[in-house]
Design a protein around this ligand. Structure first.
Ligand SMILES: [Zn+2]
Length: 272
């Protein structure tokens, strides 16, 4: 089930060292097959996404590092935020739709952002310790992660960019497989705009790690990885789609990706 170089942490979490100080923590037995990322600096660590919470990811994280850990979610969907309440240090992207979820010091993601009702899941209220403005440079000690707003899949999606390591953690913005643009909050204009903003930053050899992904050619699992060309293919496939004036429910991107669509994803194009 796991590709060479990927190891089981227990019978649920799979662990892969994807770059120096960057550990992917996968959940290949969960139906969404999530990949979360633990980024280690010299002074502290950042956990980018906490999985669906079916199992307690904090146990794996504590076994992997003794550094103080801050948890940050790429967006509020249930499969990325389920373990958030297991962490004492929680950072959140400072976006208006997320600020609106905080009341009396407690953060509860709105249903349309969380979408856990689809799986019978209920949000656990959390205290946010830190609101990070978009563009924040998160200094972990010897490693700086820049917080990018990357809407498309959802309005509240963020990614992390490590310029020095030439590494993008793209979360659900882009991944090998079917991109979910058939859900509330998905928007094709935002997908295209995000690609146009990312492309000048990315190099041919930039490693883009993703939060989901199809198995590899040997039908085994490893942290899903894409490259700049995939972002560029996404941008050009969106340009073709817009020019076609078509409203399909699926649209090919390249041999690794396609878009799943519904009418609402086209709304911003229709308004223009
Ligand atoms: Zn998502």
């Amino acid at each position: 089930m796991l590709a060479p170089g990927v190891r089981w942490f227990d019978d649920w979490f799979a662990v892969e060292d994807v770059a120096p100080g960057v550990i992917a923590i996968g959940e290949p037995r969960f139906h969404q097959i999530n990949w979360n990322y633990l980024i280690l600096g010299s002074r502290r660590a950042l956990l980018f996404d906490t999985g669906p919470g079916v199992r307690d990811i904090s146990i794996a994280v504590r076994a992997l590092t003794t550094l103080p850990v801050t948890a940050l979610s790429s967006h509020m969907h249930f499969d990325h935020t389920g373990g958030l309440a297991k962490f004492r240090n929680i950072a959140m992207a400072d976006l208006p739709e997320l600020r609106a979820c905080e009341q009396g010091g407690w953060f509860c993601a709105a249903d349309e952002l969380y979408r856990g009702f689809r799986e019978g899941m209920v949000w656990t209220p959390v205290k946010v310790n830190q609101w990070l403005p978009i563009g924040s440079r998160i200094d972990l000690g010897g490693r700086v992660m820049e917080l990018l707003h990357t809407p498309g899949h959802s309005t509240d999606s963020v990614s992390l960019w490590d310029a020095e390591a030439n590494l993008l953690l793209a979360a659900d913005y882009i991944y090998p497989g079917s991109l979910y643009a058939q859900i509330p909050g998905a928007d094709l204009d935002a997908y295209h705009d995000t690609a146009e903003r990312l492309l000048p930053m990315l190099r041919e050899d930039t490693a883009i790690y993703c939060a989901h992904g199809d198995p590899d050619d040997h039908n085994t699992r490893r942290a899903p990885r894409l490259s700049r060309r995939d972002v560029s293919d996404l941008a050009s496939s969106l340009t073709r789609l817009r020019a076609s004036n078509d409203r399909p429910t699926t649209w090919p991107v390249n041999e690794r990706m396609s878009l799943l669509l519904w009418d609402a994803a086209f709304a911003s194009w229709q308004r223009q």
